[in-house]
Write a protein that binds this ligand. Structure first.
Ligand code: PLP
Length: 387
């Protein structure tokens, strides 16, 4: 039996949605993207959604938009807090926009912020907390929001791995001023490549729409607060107001996204049933540290950390998995501070002990939006007698 990391979510309806776009001969951002955005915002209960061509682009323009707010914008040299574990492109916009990053260690049981460490990291220079709900498991939003309120900090939420997760009854990716999502192939829904940003803030929304589209006014709503329209139509048609990008999605992405979104509740349901099976096998197995749910996880996958005190080593475990035809990989991107790229960051970090343990002893196996309980049995049987 092969137990892979990913599984396609495309069905005939998705394929038909793509074919319909091809036959319409209208490929560039248009009505399908607009409809996807409206439905995505409605599903998660926020006011505005901006679709882009990837979760990485979502992080980029969401961060950029914070530099162009009228009131209290972020500025180069400002200090922001980020967790040691996330995907690389959570951090790159922070570096590219000249921010100082204060890295904070994670809690080994959730892989999200260690709340005590987060509190300690706040200084009078801190302007923003970047939260990341790792691999489906909700961040400690209560603590993060309380800190943001107390110290008047911006809350940036990278929810690219956790679409559909819930914390205290609310969807993750709705708590921040800006909240990013990925719809890459292996994520909870797929638009092949794609991403989205949710916000309730109209100014942020307008800024992000311009930033995704050449910094142009072309895609601005009538009553946009970020510029004043003149009556000179000739120049208004090609008016540039922000140093932006072209990170627009296409109609293929919008059309298939609409279809995929309809399937999200069912995908989540199956993922959670698989997860219950996995947790049942491994929750009392002291050889492995598996995630403790903080709210309702969206169970992107099944992370496992080989307990350094168990006498078992990761190479030994991985060798067994390989022989059993079970695929595995690094937890998200591991500890970013153990990657060469960190030399380009302007950063401080007082402790990264748990992130190092996750990096050096952790791995994950796949969870899919189909019933894979037989594969989880296979995983359990492969690991049950090794020691
Ligand atoms: C936490 C996080 N942020 C951002 C991204 C980037 O998303 P994308 O692959 O769509 O660019 C990912 C990708 O998996 C991610 O895990």
């Amino acid at each position: 039996m092969h137990y892979g990391l990913t599984h396609s979510t495309f069905d005939d309806n998705d394929r038909q949605a793509l074919i319909d776009v091809i036959q319409s001969d209208m490929f560039t951002m248009g009505k399908h993207v607009r409809e996807f955005e409206a439905e995505f915002a409605q599903y998660f209960g926020t006011k505005y959604a901006v679709m882009v061509n990837s979760g990485s682009s979502a992080n980029l323009i969401a961060l950029a938009s914070l530099f162009y707010r009228k009131e209290n914008p972020l500025q180069r040299g400002d200090e922001v807090i980020a967790p040691c574990i996330s995907w690389s492109t959570t951090f790159y916009p922070l570096q590219q926009y000249g921010l100082k990053i204060r890295f904070v260690d994670v809690d080994l049981n959730t892989l999200n912020y260690d709340v005590d460490e987060l509190q300690k990291a706040i200084s009078d220079k801190t302007r923003m907390i970047v939260s990341v709900s790792i691999l489906g498991n909700p961040s400690p939003y209560d603590a993060i929001q309380a800190l943001c309120e107390k110290y008047n900090l911006i809350h940036f939420d990278d929810n690219c791995e956790s679409m559909g997760a819930k914390f205290q009854g609310n969807f993750t990716g709705t708590q921040g001023l800006v909240n990013t999502f990925s719809t890459f192939f292996s994520h909870h829904i797929s638009t092949m490549e794609g991403g989205c940003i949710l916000t309730d803030d109209y100014e942020q929304y307008c800024l992000m729409r311009s930033l995704r589209n050449h910094g142009w006014t072309r895609d601005q709503p009538e009553n946009s607060p970020i510029y004043e329209k003149t009556t000179e139509d000739f120049f208004e048609a090609y008016r540039f107001i922000l140093p932006g990008y072209n990170v627009r999605p296409g109609e293929l992405h919008g059309a298939v996204g609409r279809n995929q979104l309809k399937k999200l509740p069912q995908f989540l349901d199956v993922r959670r049933k698989n997860a219950a099976h996995f947790v049942n096998y491994f929750k009392n197995d002291s050889r492995f540290i598996i995630p403790q749910e903080n709210g309702e996880s969206a169970w992107f996958c099944f992370p496992m950390i080989v307990n350094p005190e168990s006498g078992l080593t990761r190479p030994h475990v991985l060798e067994k998995l390989k022989t059993a035809n079970i695929d595995y990989r690094v937890i998200t991107g591991g500890n970013i501070l153990q990657h060469d790229v960190s030399r380009y960051f302007d950063y401080t970090c007082t402790r990264s002990t748990n992130a190092e343990i996750a990096h050096n002893h952790g791995f994950f196996v796949g969870n899919h939006p189909i019933d894979i309980r037989d594969k989880i049995d296979h995983l359990y049987n492969t690991l049950k007698n090794i020691g």
